[in-house]
Design a protein around this ligand. Structure first.
Ligand SMILES: Nc1ncnc2c1ncn2[C@@H]1O[C@H](COP(=O)(O)OP(=O)(O)O)[C@@H](O)[C@H]1O
Ligand SMILES: [Mg+2]
Length: 306
C-alpha cells in the first residue's frame, strides 16, 4: 500500500505526490520528488531551464509514465487520471493553437475535446472570451494575433471546460506587461472560485506573486512554501534604510544594542525583526529620510540553495 493512501487530508490537495522519479534514456529528470499543491491557491513551480518543471506538469496530466512514485490528482491516483481528466486544463509551453484556424475554430476544437457541444458550447466560448477580455477576436486568424493576444486565447482554450485544476506552462512568456498584469488578475479570480492554478516560471518576481512556490533544481524539490515563509525559513529580515546625521555615532549605538548594521556614506541599513523593533529604531535614530526594504525571494532561494 502506498504512503499516500494513508494521508487523511489528501482531499485538501489538488496534487499530492511522493517519490516522483522519471528518467529519459539515462538522464534522471525527476528525482524522488515530493509535491504538495493545496486546493484553491496559485502555486508556482520555479526553477532554471532543464530543472524538470515541464516534465512534472506532463506527469500530472498523465502524459508521461512514471518510473516510480505515487501521485493523487484531485484525490484520484494517477492510474485513474481519466476520471478527473474533464476537470483538468493544461496549457503547454509550446504554442498550442492551430495557426491557420480562426480563434472561434480553435475554441470549438478544444470544446470538442471535452465533449462540449450545442448551446453549451456557444455559452462557454462567449464566457471564456469575456474572461480574457477578447470577445471581438472570434473571426481572426489565430496565427496573425500578437504574442499577448495569442497567450490570452491559449488561456481561453484551457478554460473551456471550466477546470478545477489548471496547469499553465510558462503562460506569461513573451507577453507584454499589461497582458501579464491581466493574467494575474484572472488567476486571482479563478482561485477565488476555488480553482487551483499551477504555473511554471524561471522569473522570481512572478513566483513572488503566488500563494505557494515549489523551488526545483536538477529534478529535485528543494523547498515548497509560501514566499513569506520561505524568507522566514531562510532567516531573512526586513531592512531599514535610513539617511542620518552622524552615521558613525548612530551606527556604534545600534551595534552596541546587538543590531546588524551596514553603512554606506550617510546611509545606514539595519536589519529589523518586526514592526515594533522598526518603530523603536526610527524613534531612536530620528532619520532625515527612511525606507523599508523587504527581503526578496531571490535572496531566500540563494541562501537555501547553497
Ligand atoms: N521527451 C524527452 N526525451 C528526452 N529528454 C527529455 C524529454 N523531455 C525532457 N527531457 C529532458 O529533461 C530535462 C528537464 O526538462 P524539462 O522538464 O523540460 O525542464 P524545464 O521545464 O524545467 O525547463 C531536460 O534536460 C530535458 O532535455
Ligand atoms: Mg519547461
Amino acid at each position: 500500500m502506498s504512503e499516500l493512501t494513508q494521508v487523511p487530508e489528501r482531499d485538501l490537495f489538488a496534487v499530492i505526490g511522493r517519490g516522483i522519479t522519471k528518467s529519459f534514456d539515462n538522464l534522471r529528470v525527476l528525482q524522488d520528488m515530493p509535491v504538495n499543491i493545496p486546493r484553491g491557491v496559485t502555486y508556482c513551480l520555479l526553477g532554471p531551464n532543464g530543472s524538470g518543471k515541464t516534465t512534472l506538469m506532463r506527469v500530472i496530466m498523465g502524459l508521461v509514465k512514471l518510473e516510480s512514485g505515487d501521485i493523487y490528482i484531485l484525490d484520484e491516483p494517477l492510474s485513474r487520471i481519466n476520471i478527473v481528466y474533464p476537470r483538468l486544463g493544461y496549457m503547454p509551453q509550446q504554442r498550442p493553437l492551430y495557426p491557420d484556424l480562426t480563434v472561434l475554430e480553435n475554441l470549438e476544437f478544444y470544446a470538442g475535446l471535452y465533449g462540449i457541444r450545442g448551446q453549451e458550447r456557444i455559452r462557454r466560448i462567449d464566457e471564456v472570451l469575456r474572461v480574457v477580455d477578447l470577445p471581438e477576436t472570434k473571426n481572426r486568424i489565430t496565427g496573425m494575433l500578437s504574442g499577448g493576444m495569442y497567450q490570452r486565447i491559449s488561456l481561453a482554450c484551457t478554460l473551456i471546460n471550466s477546470p478545477d485544476l489548471l496547469l499553465l506552462d510558462e503562460p506569461t512568456v513573451g507577453v507584454d506587461p499589461v497582458t501579464k498584469q491581466s493574467f494575474w488578475g484572472y488567476f486571482r479570480e479563478l482561485t477565488k472560485e476555488g480553482k487551483t492554478v499551477v504555473i511554471t516560471t524561471h522569473i522570481m518576481e512572478e513566483a513572488e506573486r503566488c500563494d505557494m512556490v515549489g523551488f526545483m533544481r536538477n529534478g529535485r524539490m528543494l523547498a515548497e512554501s509560501s514566499p513569506d515563509k520561505l524568507k522566514e525559513f531562510a532567516g531573512l529580515k526586513k531592512q531599514l534604510r535610513m539617511k542620518v546625521a552622524d552615521p558613525e555615532g548612530k551606527m556604534a549605538k545600534l551595534v552596541g544594542e546587538g543590531l546588524e548594521v551596514r553603512i554606506e556614506g550617510d546611509i545606514l541599513f539595519v536589519d529589523v525583526s518586526d514592526t515594533s523593533k522598526m518603530m523603536e529604531v526610527l524613534d531612536q535614530v530620528k532619520p532625515m529620510d527612511f525606507k523599508v526594504i523587504e527581503p526578496t525571494l531571490e535572496s531566500a532561494f540563494l541562501k537555501l540553495a547553497i
